[in-house]
Ligand binder design. Sequence first.
Ligand code: MN
Length: 135
Amino acid sequence: MDIYRAGQRATLKGNPDWFTGTVWQDAIIDTPEPARGRAVVVSFEPGARTNWHTHPLGQTLFVLSGVGRVQKHGEPVRAIRPGDTVWIAPGEKHWHGAGPETRMVHVAFHEAIDGSHVEWLEPVDDSDYRAEPAD
Ligand code: MN
């Protein structure tokens, strides 16, 4: 058994190659083999979001605070709020992030295959990001 104490691992800043705006990442766990689960708390400042991307084995998001947005490619932007769970299917192109004027914090869970848990794509255009959410 391992216990990772609060404050033991530094908060990491999201890589600007993969994120627009300011994003902070706090590790929950990166499980050792043969387990392959990973979990992280991600804090998006207002206007911040991921690039478009896919997950080879899918991803679950659980919103902790704030109001954010998520979009599956080809579908409307959706609002996400504390207590919401989002399942993103394997290979589904999508993005997630804060609202334009509101921060958002979520837990992200995903599994790695062949050492990979995400494939990064292009940034989300402002016009796509700022579309009025469907709900
Ligand atoms: Mn994702």
